[in-house]
Each structure stands twice: as C-alpha cells, then as structure tokens.
Design a protein around this ligand. Sequence first.
Ligand code: 6PG
Length: 257
Amino acid sequence: MEWANFWFEMDEHGIIFNLVKPLVRFFDQMPEMSLVAADFVLQEAQEAVQNSGRFSLALSGGSTPRELYQLLSQPRFSHAFPWDKTHIFWGDERWTPKNNPDSNFLMVQDALLSKAPLSKSQIHPIETEGIKAEKSAEEYEKLLRDFFAKKPGFDLMLLGIGPDGHTASIFPNGPALDEETRWVLSVPAPEGILPRVPRITLTFPIINLSKKILFLSGIKDKEKVIDDILGARSALPASRVQAQEETHFFIQGKKDS
Ligand code: 6PG
C-alpha cells in the first residue's frame, strides 16, 4: 500500500512502517546512469550553495562512480558547478597508500580532482600514510565534527552496494554495522570482498544525517541483494541507510523478469 511518501508493508504481525519509500530508477546502460547522476549531483550542488552557501559532498569508492566523476570534470558540468563553494569527503577508504591502485582517493584524483578547480583546503581525504588506522579514524571524525560544527550531515552522500549488501565499508556482521556513536571507524579486511585490505569507514550515525543520499550500482551479480534492499525487507548494511530527506537508488541493468 502506498500513500504519499509513506509506504506500508503488511505481514503476519500487521503493519510495518517503512517511513520513506526509496526513490528508485533503473537504467539500461551505465553511461546513461552516469549522465543522469552527474546532472543530479550538479542540481544538488547548486541548491545547497543557494540555501547554505556551501556544498558538502561525500564520495563513494569502488568502480561504479568513476564515470560520474569523469563527467563532472567535463565542461558541460564543470562550468556550471559551484566548485569554489564545494567540499569533498570520502565515505570510506582502503588502508593503502594514496598512490596504490586500490585507493579510493587515487580513483577520484584521476577522474575528477586533477581537473576540477578545487583548492587543497576543499579536499578532505582520509589519511592512510604515516599514521595508525585507529588514529586516522579518530582524526577524520574530528575533521568532520569541526566541519559540521553547527548542523552535522552532508548535503549529498554517494554510496555503492557490494555483492554482499555492504555499503561504504560497513560489511554484514562487521564491527561497523551496529555502531551508534562513532562517525568513523577502522575495520579489518572484509571476508571474500576485494580488495582484501583493512578499511576506514564512515558509520550510520553520520551517513544517515546526510540530507540526501544517492546509491549508484550495477545489478550484475547483485540482483538478489538489490531486490532485498529495495524491498526494505533485509538487514543488509545498505538497507539501514536512510537520508534525512531523500534516499535515491540509481540501478544499472535489467532485472530478470
Ligand atoms: C569501496 C566502496 C564500496 C563500493 C561497493 C561497490 O571502497 O569499495 O566504498 O562500498 O561502493 O563495494 O563497488 P562497485 O561500484 O565497484 O561495485
């Protein structure tokens, strides 16, 4: 049963409130999804700067968002983007040096930061060199709390979905799953998920303070996981994400009918 933005589910125990229905769009091809996502990010950036004078954007890692980041660096988006008012953060990072191919920072650096007119003071990477992982997590949390002194929460957070339903580096049965106070944790290498390195990850307490969240994912090898997450009937990590205003899902690939 659907009513306005409220979405009810019935089961043998009665009504299960799912307060906000996810906003889901399926795309045939990745380039089309990336293009719509780039326009979405640009709109959010312009709106945030108009409303608050700045735009705080948390980026996801992995492979899916690379094309989106490349598009944002191209004139048709870059020329209209309020770069001078934008601050870039990461939702998680692999515990590798910044010049390692597994680094989420390196992926974003190559795809976007090397071309966008951003000063170092606007780019906030998670430190992974010359520091212990736990200290890096503590320092990133301090950086976030100082940045969000008044009203915590990114204007927009991009997230991916792993084949096991993880998001950021919050893995099923992982130590970050049930965290309720810390905003940033250092977690061990995940089982069966590449790259098998420790991670630094943001946690639900700060993720769910985001005004808006956009999930970007291909459906290949993730069909069941994505079905469960969109059905909000799962305890998978990505199912526990709920933005303050809107949670969007852009999914590429055809669902098997
Ligand atoms: C990471 C990401 C991770 C990613 C998913 C999906 O550091 O790997 O933050 O959460 O978004 O694993 O990755 P793909 O986009 O490569 O499928």
